[in-house]
Every structure is written in structure tokens, then in C-alpha cells.
Design a protein around this ligand. Structure first.
Ligand code: MSP
Length: 528
């Protein structure tokens, strides 16, 4: 059965991976989309109190990288070093990605284990020598079947001419794994998500699989085949194995046992078959446990096409974070596009959501509440002595929002739905404040009036305490500002240590907390 096994030696980790990215160019929004999603998912699980492992990295071998390096007059290794250090890693830092490891496929911890894995399959008779010729797309690093080409010779993904390759290669007996794969999909209905992706894969496997060419001999930028070093290992076989080599496969058994298999492989829909067909077959052949889930996200589109550098439509994330800020960037794509579907980016839509959801609904709520506690109670959170049905409704709304968000984000990777649940609660608190109108109640100086005012502001501040916890996986900098403004840390500890389940426990922020009006959470946008 798929999913995490616990071992006697330690607590098993919730293990999430991103695709490892080709470093032929700088990252664009499409790459950052998956990496941010994985970061939110893993931060969410950390706040569930689970042990988590989040892996990302770079795919550095193959013809595509080799040609790019040649065109730039440097060696492939020099090219990769430069891009990884100057472009990819700094972007992940900028976007506040809290990955636990970053694997590069040119590292010896990877290349040596890949050779062992392939040697093992060879020794088991899973690999044989044969010949192959067919149309090959270098940007995909994949042989295509003639039937799927557009206008006779165009790759259906890149819309560029394929090349005809004829090689003597080593082959993996993939064709023998069809029935076992189908059985596995049947027994593990959640293995491939969303459902549309699952159906596509099942149909593809039902048509029958061909053996897979796993070596190349016409160029040398790759990991040599150990028993025949004139060949290098096909870049996809090399790349998929990163998920195992990075967590100690063949090197650190204790780490491997507590981390392997991955609970979630996040992938773009264009690389689904590699992960849902070839990868599990490779693991079956080697006798390793299979991953829990492969989740295929959709594409960010520009003008009806997949955004990509090769089509000159790749937008750099920094163009957007410079304008909207990092937290709003992390929020926007997950909120605006149902995870698993394609979506388009537009400045107008981003601006509209920034203004209405982040600045008006959320940011103003936080600043109004802090301002009123400052004005009416000198910044010290009063006690709620007068709570009634209106306050109960807010507490109930919170409990419902936490339950919904936890299942949607934590279990179903429905980020848009989960964020929707949190923002429904934000709206509810805004509605509560408009109804209760504390600014009017403040005019009543009687003890009853003061008690009511105290109760209203306590209710709003306590709601913000929970909102800070729920939004922390998505917008860590904003949530930290809010946490500081609520004076929560001295009483409740660090924000990152707050559990999702506790977010729903009403009354955690104690009276006496020192509330300060902090920085504006979402400043007005400069005109673009
Ligand atoms: N190196 C392989 C992955 C190996 S994983 C063992 C690869 N790299 S890639 O850089 O070309 O693409 C990496 C991921 O970025 C893929 O999941 C791909 O779907 C995603 N995206 C690239 N452009 C994208 C969009 N425009 N939108 C969303 N994601 C897209 O494939």
C-alpha cells in the first residue's frame, strides 16, 4: 500500500517534493507556482505538529542543458553552478520557501546512488540492450509517438519541430509493468490527483506500455552507465531518482526509513506520466515502497498558451513581488486558481484581489481593531465579560473555518477552497463589527457600555489571533506582523509553534495582551 510507513527507529515524516527544475534558464511564475504550493502544504503540516520534509532541487543533466551551456560558451557544470547559485536558490529564499533540502543532480550523493540503482536493475534483468528510432523533443527530453505530433513534426507541448533520433540504447522493461500499475491505481484511488489526471493515466496505461530507452550515447552530459560508460543515463531516470537519493537511499538507511516514501509528489500536468507511470514502475522493479500521491497542478497560461521562457512568455516572480510584495504573491495564485486546473495571470485580477481581499477585508480589520483597543483601552486587551449569541456565532464561525481549511488545504491540497474558508471568516468578523458598531458603543460610558465595548473588541482581537495562525503558512511575514501587533508572543509563544487545531480553541489570547498598531499589512499599491 502507498503512503508513509512508520518505523521503530523514529517518527515518520510527511514528505513532499517539487519537480526538480531544469536550469537551462531562470525561474518563471510557472516554476514558482508549484514551489509555493509545496511550501504552503508543508508549513501547514508543520503547524499540525507533524514532522515534515520538504525537498526541491535542480535537474542539471541532458541535452537541453548541454546545448544551452554550449550556446553560452561555458561548460554545462559552470552553467548550472551559475544559475543555481545566482538565480534559483536566491528566488526560493526571496519567496520564503522553507525547504529542508535542495538537491542538485550533479552532486555525488545523487550520481553515485543513481548508478547503483540502475546497476541493480541491470543485474535483475530489468534492463537490456536494443535499438530505437523515433521523433524526440529536446525541450521535453522525451521520445514522442508519431501519432501525437502536430502538423506532422511539432511537439504538442512546445509547438516546435521534433528531431529524429536513432540510437542503440539500453531499455527498461516498462511494458511488463502495465498490469501491476493498473492494479496499484485500482487499490489506491487517490494515488493520482486530480481525478482528470488519474483518468488520463489509467487510459494511457490500458493502451499498453512500451519499453523505455534509458540511456543515450550521442552526447555525454549525464551520469555514465556503470557497466558501459560510453552511454549516459537518460535524464528522466536520473532526475526521478532524486526523490530517493536526497533522503538517503543507499547511503543513510535510518533517514531513508523515516522519510521514504514521499507522501506527495507535486508535479505539473505535463510531467504526470513520468511520475505516475515510469516512476512507480522503476520503484516496483527495485522493490521500493511506492509514493502516497502524485498531484498534477495545471499550467499558468499567457494568451492561451503555457507560460514558458522558450515562448518568451515567462514572467519573473520578482516583477510581481516588487509591486505586490512576497506574501500577496504567495497568496494570489493559490487563491485565484483551483489547484489542478489551468489559470491565467492578469495584473487586473491580482490588483483587484489585493485591494478587496487583502488590503480592505483583512488589512483594515487588523488595523481598525488595534486602533480601537489603543483608543478605548490604552492598548491593553480587555476581558470579554458580556459575551452572548453574537459572540458565540463568531466562535462557531471560526471553528467551522478551521475545520474546513484544515481538510481542504492539509488533506486535499484545495488551497483556493481552504483560503476561501479563512476569508469567509474574515468577512464574518467584519460583518460582526459593522453590526456591533463599537465606535457607537464607545459613546456609552456606563459600566454596561464599557463591558459591551470590551467584549466586542476582545472578540475581534481573538478572531485575528486565529487568522494569524491560519494564514501563517501562506503569508508568514504578514502573519508575524499581526502576531506582534496582537502582543500574542509573550502569552502564547512563537507563531510558527501554533497548532492549526488550537486555532479553533476560543479564548486563547488572554486579556492583558498589549496590542499595538503595527505597520499597515497591505499598503496601497503604487500605480503600475
Ligand atoms: N526537470 C523536469 C522535472 C523533473 S522531476 C523529476 C522538468 N523541469 S521543468 O523546469 O521543465 O519544469 C518543472 C515544472 O515546472 C513542471 O512541473 C512544469 O509543469 C512546471 N511548469 C513549467 N511551466 C509551467 C507553467 N506555465 N505553469 C505551471 N507550471 C509549469 O520538467
Amino acid at each position: 500500500m502507498a503512503a508513509t510507513g512508520t518505523t521503530a527507529s523514529g517518527e515518520s515524516a510527511f514528505y513532499v517534493t517539487t519537480p526538480i527544475y531544469y536550469v537551462n534558464d531562470a525561474p518563471h511564475l510557472g516554476h514558482a507556482y508549484t514551489t509555493v504550493a509545496g511550501d504552503v502544504l508543508t508549513r501547514w503540516h508543520r503547524q499540525r505538529g507533524e514532522k515534515v520534509w520538504y525537498l526541491t532541487g535542480t535537474d542539471e543533466h541532458g541535452q537541453k542543458i548541454m546545448r544551452t551551456a554550449e550556446a553560452n560558451g561555458v561548460t554545462p557544470q559552470e552553467w548550472c553552478d551559475k544559475l543555481v547559485e545566482e538565480s534559483w536558490k536566491p528566488l526560493w529564499e526571496h519567496l520564503q520557501i522553507a525547504n529542508d533540502d535542495f538537491i542538485r543532480t550533479t552532486e555525488p550523493r545523487h550520481t553515485e546512488r543513481v548508478q547503483e540503482f540502475v546497476q541493480d536493475l541491470y543485474d535483475k534483468g530489468e534492463i537490456y540492450k536494443g535499438g530505437y528510432e523515433g521523433p524526440y523533443c529536446v525541450p521535453c527530453e522525451e521520445y514522442k509517438s508519431p501519432g501525437e505530433l502536430l502538423e506532422g513534426d511539432l511537439c504538442p507541448i512546445h509547438k516546435r519541430p521534433v528531431e529524429w533520433l536513432k540510437e542503440e540504447n539500453y531499455f527498461f522493461r516498462l511494458s511488463e509493468y502495465g498490469p501491476r500499475l493498473l492494479e496499484f491505481y485500482e487499490a489506491n484511488p487517490d494515488f493520482i490527483q486530480p481525478a482528470s489526471a488519474r483518468n488520463e493515466v489509467v487510459q494511457f496505461v490500458r493502451q499498453g506500455l512500451q519499453d523505455l530507452s534509458i540511456s543515450r550515447s550521442t552526447f555525454d552530459w549525464g551520469i555514465p552507465i556503470p557497466w558501459d560508460p560510453k552511454h549516459v543515463i537518460y535524464v528522466w531516470i536520473d532526475a526521478l531518482l532524486n526523490y530517493a537519493t536526497a533522503v538517503g537511499y543507499g547511503a543513510d538507511q535510518a533517514k531513508f526509513d523515516t522519510t521514504w516514501p514521499a507522501d506527495v509528489h507535486l508535479v505539473g500536468k505535463d510531467i504526470l506520466r513520468f511520475h505516475a507511470v515510469i516512476w512507480p514502475a522503476m520503484l516496483m522493479a527495485n522493490g521500493l515502497p511506492l509514493p502516497g500521491r502524485v498531484f498534477a497542478n495545471g499550467w499558468l497560461m499567457v494568451g492561451g498558451e503555457k507560460m514558458s521562457k522558450s515562448n518568451l512568455t515567462g514572467i519573473s516572480p520578482r516583477e510581481l513581488t516588487g509591486h505586490f510584495g512576497v506574501d500577496a504573491y504567495r497568496y494570489y495564485f493559490l487563491r485565484a486558481i483551483p489547484f489542478g486546473q489551468d489559470g491565467s495571470f492578469s495584473w487586473e485580477d491580482f490588483t483587484a484581489r489585493y485591494t478587496s481581499e487583502l488590503a480592505n477585508d483583512f488589512g483594515n480589520l487588523a488595523s481598525r481593531v488595534a486602533a480601537m483597543v489603543g483608543k478605548y483601552f490604552d492598548g491593553t486587551l480587555p476581558e470579554a465579560t458580556d459575551a452572548g449569541p453574537a459572540e458565540q456565532a463568531v466562535a462557531d464561525g471560526l471553528a467551522a473555518a478551521v475545520a474546513r481549511a484544515d481538510v481542504m488545504i492539509g488533506d486535499h491540497l484545495d488551497f483556493a477552497g481552504g483560503l476561501g474558508a479563512v476569508f469567509d471568516f474574515v468577512k464574518q468578523v467584519n460583518g460582526y463589527l459593522s453590526e456591533q458598531a463599537p465606535w457607537k458603543v464607545a459613546k456609552d460610558d456606563s459600566p454596561e457600555g464599557r463591558a459591551r465595548l470590551a467584549t466586542i473588541l476582545y472578540t475581534a482581537a481573538e478572531s485575528l489571533r486565529a487568522i494569524a495562525v491560519l494564514l501563517n503558512p501562506v503569508m508568514p511575514t504578514t502573519s508575524a506582523k499581526l502576531w506582534a501587533s496582537l502582543g500574542a508572543e509573550p502569552h502564547l509563544g512563537a507563531l510558527a509553534a501554533q497548532r492549526i487545531a488550537d486555532a479553533a480553541t476560543w479564548g486563547r489570547l488572554p486579556a492583558g495582551a498589549e496590542i499595538v498598531k503595527g505597520e499597515i499589512l497591505f499598503p496601497r499599491l503604487e500605480s503600475a
